[in-house]
Design a protein around this ligand. Structure first.
Ligand SMILES: Cc1ncc(C[n+]2csc(CCOP(=O)(O)OP(=O)(O)O)c2C)c(N)n1
Ligand SMILES: [Mg+2]
Length: 353
C-alpha cells in the first residue's frame, strides 16, 4: 500500500506481532532472512549489555544504549541495499550499523578508541559509527546534523542519476532542530531519493515528547510535501514493511518519505544519565512488556521457523560471537601517538609558546 501525501498509515500490531499468521512471506522475506534479522537484534542487545557492564567496570568511557530500539532499527535497515545505499545513522543506531555491515569487534574497537576502529581509527566519540566500505557516514554530535548530510548526499545521488538512495535515522527530539527542518524542506522541494526514519522513544534525554512536539512527528511531513507514515517500531516486520515501501518509492523516483516508528529505550539516555529522575520504574517495566525481541521470538515460534531449543542455541551462539568481539577489541592496539595529528592539519603547526 502506497500512502498518499501526509496520510497516516497505522500499524495494527500494537506492540505485539500477530502470531500464527505468515506475514513474512507476504513481505517477500524468506525464513533465512527472519533468522538473520533475529540474530542482528540479539547481537545489538548483547553488545548493549556488554558495553553497559564495561562502562560500569571503568573500561568504556561513554556508552549509548540501544535496547528497546532493535525492532525499529533492524526492520528499517533491512529495506536498504547494502553496498549501494548510504546510511546516515545517529548515536542510538547500534543495531542499524550492524545490519549495514559493522562487526561486534569493530563496534568495540570504536568504544575502546582502538586503531582498528573503522569510524576514525579511535578518534571519534563512541557511537559515532562510520565506514567508508559500508557507506556508513560518521555523524557529528549536534543532533540532526546527519539529516542535512543525508539530504546533501541524496541530492548528489539524484544529480548523478544514481539508483542508490539514502536513509537517515534520528529521534523525535531531533525533529525540533533547524537542521532537520532544512533537510526536510530540501528533500521535499527536490524530491530527493531519501528515507527519513524517526525512532520515537518519547524522550529527548529527560524531555518528554509532549514538551517537544505539539502535534505528531509524522504529520510534519505534509508541510514538506512528502508522505508521513506512522508505525509500531517494536514490530520488526512492520518496521521493515513501512520502510520498504518508502525505499521502493525513493528508488523509483517517487521522492522522500518520513516514517515515524514508535518505540522506547529501556536504559538511561547514555551512561552519563540517570533516567530515574524523570520517568517511573512502572513506566519502564510496562514498556519492557513490548520488548521487540521476545515479540519476534513468539512470531518465529508461531510460524515454526524456530522452536524454543533453537532459540536458546542461537542466543548462545550470538553471545559467544559478541564476547569474541569484545576480546579482539580489548587485545587490539591503541593508535600510535605519532598519528594524533593525522587528518587534523595539512601542515603541522609549530610549537605554541
Ligand atoms: C544541537 C544539540 N542540542 C542538544 C544536544 C544534547 N543532546 C544530545 S542527545 C539529545 C536528545 C535527543 O533526543 P532524541 O532526538 O529524541 O533521540 P534519542 O536520544 O531519544 O534517541 C540532546 C538534547 C546535542 N547533542 N545537540
Ligand atoms: Mg527520543
Amino acid at each position: 500500500m502506497v500512502p498518499s501525501k501526509g496520510n497516516r498509515v497505522r500499524s495494527t500490531m500494537g506492540g505485539e506481532l500477530s502470531e500464527g499468521k505468515d506475514r513474512h512471506t507476504e513481505l517477500g522475506l524468506k525464513e533465512e532472512d527472519l533468522v538473520d534479522m533475529y540474530r542482528y537484534m540479539l547481537t545489538a542487545r548483547f553488545c548493549d549489555e556488554r558495553q553497559w557492564a564495561l562502562n560500569r567496570q571503568g573500561k568504556a568511557p561513554f556508552v549509548v544504549p540501544v535496547s528497546g530500539h532493535e525492532g525499529a532499527q533492524v526492520g528499517s535497515a533491512w529495506a536498504f541495499e547494502k553496498g549501494k545505499d548510504v546510511f546516515c545513522p545517529y548515536y542510538r543506531d547500534l543495531a542499524l550499523v550492524l545490519v549495514a555491515g559493522l562487526t561486534p569487534a569493530e563496534v568495540f574497537m570504536g568504544l575502546f578508541g582502538k586503531a582498528a576502529d573503522p569510524s576514525s581509527g579511535g578518534r571519534q566519540m563512541p557511537a559515532h559509527w562510520g565506514s567508508r566500505a559500508r557507506n556508513i557516514i560518521t555523524g557529528s554530535s549536534p543532533i540532526a546534523t546527519q539529516v542535512l548530510h543525508a539530504a546533501g548526499i541524496a541530492l548528489a545521488k539524484k544529480i548523478k542519476k544514481s539508483d542508490a538512495i539514502v536513509g537517515t535515522w534520528f529521534g523525535e527530539g531531533g525533529t525540533s532542530e533547524g537542521d532537520w527542518h532544512g533537510a526536510m524542506n530540501m528533500a521535499g522541494i527536490h524530491q530527493l531519493p531519501l528515507v527519513l526514519v524517526c525512532e520515537n522513544n518519547q524522550y529527548a534525554i529527560s524531555v518528554h515528547e509532549s514538551k517537544q512536539v505539539a502535534g505528531r512527528v509524522f504529520r510534519r511531513a505534509e508541510g514538506y510535501g512528502m508522505p508521513g507514515i506512522e508505525g509500531d517500531g517494536n514490530d520488526v516486520l512492520e518496521s521493515y514493511r513501512l520502510t520498504k515501501e518508502a525505499v521502493d518509492r525513493a528508488r523509483s523516483g517517487g521522492g522522500p518519505s518520513l516514517i515515524e516508528l514508535r518505540t522506547y529505550r529501556f536504559y538511561s539516555h547514555t551512561s552519563d544519565d540517570d533516567d530515574r529522575t524523570y520517568r517511573s520504574k512502572e513506566e519502564v517495566e510496562a514498556a519492557k512488556k513490548k520488548d521487540p525481541i521476545p515479540a519476534f521470538e513468539r512470531y518465529l515460534s508461531s510460524v515454526e521457523v524456530l522452536d524454543e531449543h533453537r532459540i536458546a542455541e542461537i542466543r548462545e551462539e550470538v553471545k559467544t560471537a559478541v564476547a569474541e568481539g569484545v576480546k579482539a577489541a580489548e587485545e587490539a592496539d591503541f593508535p600510535d601517538p605519532a598519528t594524533a595529528m593525522n587528518n587534523v592539519y595539512a601542515d603541522l603547526p609549530g610549537e605554541v609558546e
